[in-house]
Design a protein around this ligand. Structure first.
Ligand code: HXC
Length: 518
């Protein structure tokens, strides 16, 4: 090509127009709102100079219907492409709020679908950086169809490649459902919102007065709805969080998670594990202290920390290998399983299973939460999800019973009978049909009622029951668990046990798919 010729000059003039359209003014506009621009976010996400943009020059298909201004910017309000995150290939789309509020029209949708389809084809994770007013009003049904095709792609990719949504501004209307279909949702505090319809419409239709934050801010979705799995103060930390999460994942469902050399070879003070569970069975303790003493130094990355904190879910490394941890948290509601904790843990288990991440379960649970509220809202159905998820999972699965494993909770928390590969128990474990107080009230009702001091007698019976019936040695003798272990040996035992399971294979009955109780 003649570099001084007409064709080349035309090419350069397009580049110039592109630079002007995407210049510093765009960044300023976003900074005024306390946000970064779509391209600045991409620069934070990817290894230096690794981003390759696609479709930078496409223009909008939005017709001028007379309703609202049509921007003429290249790109139609979304930047797409691929790059490297810590050396690994990742696809991205990043919505540009400075172009028609990042709203989604036909071309915008086609661009997102392009990276979705490429990511699926090559088996690489995809990340959506979302900052959008939802379906582009001027484009009508074309916007709705665009969103719907994106949802369809999300669903086709589910369980094949990791999909992460990062909400960095509004995610309104149709913009919320793609994140809901992906594996993990990140949000920034104060600048991000997710809702079906904003406060104005809520006021008009329901006469409810709410702020953006109350309706769909990061805290709301992290604590109340559980829609957000990770929240951070600002965009820089949010994107760092995304990179950290990716470090635990394989690129697709046919690969294993990457090995990362443990940062410290220092021996852990594992003797402390013997002292964590209090002598008094009704006293709480923090299961995260147990986690820290078992896993590689500082490798725990908790997911959905603020939602249903009575169960802890998160990723960690054990001797350099990624694992997913599900742990009852005795410090909160005694670690009881309720509707929210069942949903949270079941979804986590299914993610780990889809992406070959072995599961470690730390069990200390008095049972399912009873009562009117839970029953009326379907604890039967929701609790069954956790049972289904553990039972269906074919990744290596190991349980350590730290203390209570009563009733249905024993069955659910990856018992051997639903396919747990190894189930260990600490000497402090209590395994039985129900807790001692409930059990003796049924077994010794007459004796307790007819004595002068029923409370005292009940306590005596309960202590006897705990000692003679609910101890872990009965389960051990009968083969319902594999071994009662010294708490100080837990890390060592788990490393060896997971190593034996590296080539685990489970034959599945042929079927289209199971029918998890949704
Ligand atoms: C077209 C839109 C738009 C939209 C925003 N804009 N949303 N253009 N379609 N959906 C434009 C604005 O007109 C404005 O253009 C620019 O983007 C910036 O918007 P502002 O309102 O000035 O910004 P801000 O004050 O920060 O408010 C952001 C917002 C608000 C909260 C997102 O714009 C808003 O409420 N938008 C509508 C959100 C919504 O209800 N979406 C649902 C659509 S229905 P100018 O030219 O002035 O810069 C839907 C259903 C799909 O999505 C269902 C699929 C299953």
């Amino acid at each position: 090509m003649d570099v001084n010729g007409k064709i080349y000059k035309d090419f350069l003039s397009r580049i110039e127009r592109f630079k002007v359209q995407n210049g510093p003014d765009k960044n300023k506009k976003q900074h005024l709102k306390g946000k970064l621009h779509a391209r600045e976010r991409i620069a934070l996400l990817f290894d230096k100079n690794s981003f390759e943009e696609l479709d930078a020059f496409v223009t909008s298909a939005t017709p001028d219907t007379g309703f609202g201004k049509i921007d003429e910017a290249f790109g139609d309000g979304v930047v797409i492409g691929h790059g490297r995150v810590n050396g690994r290939l990742v696809y991205v789309y990043s919505q540009d709020f400075t172009v028609m509020g990042g709203s989604l029209g036909a071309v915008h949708a086609r661009k997102i679908m392009k990276v979705q389809e490429l990511a699926l084809r090559v088996g690489a994770p995809i990340i959506g950086l979302i900052d959008s007013g939802g379906a582009r009003i001027q484009e009508g049904v074309a916007s709705l169809a665009g969103y719907t095709s994106i949802f369809h792609n999300n669903i086709r990719s589910s369980g094949v490649i990791p999909q992460i949504s990062v909400i960095l501004g509004p995610a309104a209307g149709g913009a919320v459902y793609s994140p809901a279909l992906t594996d993990f949702v990140f949000m920034t505090k104060k600048t991000s919102y997710m809702f079906l319809t904003g406060p104005d419409v809520v006021k008009e239709v329901l006469n409810e007065v709410v702020t953006f934050d109350e309706l769909g801010g990061a805290e709301t979705h992290a604590r109340k709805s559980g829609v957000a799995n990770f929240i951070y103060e600002d965009e820089e930390n949010t994107i760092l969080g995304v990179k950290k999460l990716l470090s635990f994942f394989p690129s697709n469902n046919l690969e294993n998670p990457p090995y990362i050399e443990p940062s410290s070879k220092k021996e852990k003070d594992v003797d402390k594990l013997r002292l964590i569970v209090p002598d008094d069975p009704n006293k709480p303790y923090d299961v995260k202290k147990v986690i820290e003493l078992i896993i590689d130094q500082d490798s725990f990355f908790e997911a959905s920390e603020l939602f249903a904190p009575n169960i802890v879910t998160g990723f960690a490394r054990l001797n350099g290998k990624a694992i997913g941890i599900v742990a009852n948290q005795p410090k909160i509601l005694a670690g009881v399983i309720d509707i929210n904790s069942s949903n949270k843990a079941a979804r986590f288990v299914r993610f780990c299973d889809a992406f070959n991440i072995p599961l470690l379960v730390l069990e200390d649970v008095p049972g399912f939460l009873p009562g009117l509220n839970q029953e009326h809202n379907g604890i039967i159905k929701h609790g069954a999800k956790l049972l289904f998820a553990f039972s269906e999972a074919t990744v290596p699965k190991i349980t350590v019973i730290l203390r209570k494993a009563y009733g249905g909770a024993f069955c659910v928390m990856n018992s051997k009978n639903i396919g747990g590969d190894y189930n260990f128990a600490w000497p402090t474990a209590e395994i039985a049909v129900m807790g001692p107080e409930g059990a003796v009230s049924i077994l010794y009702r007459k004796e307790i009622q007819s004595t002068e001091d029923p409370k005292k007698l009940k306590m005596e019976f309960a202590a006897k029951y705990r000692h003679e019936v609910a101890n872990p040695y009965i389960a051990d003798e009968k083969g319902y668990i594999d071994e009662v272990i010294d708490p100080a040996d837990t890390r060592k035992k788990l490393i060896i046990a997971f190593e034996t399971l590296e080539n685990k294979h489970v034959d599945q009955p042929e079927r289209k798919h199971g029918n998890i109780p949704l």
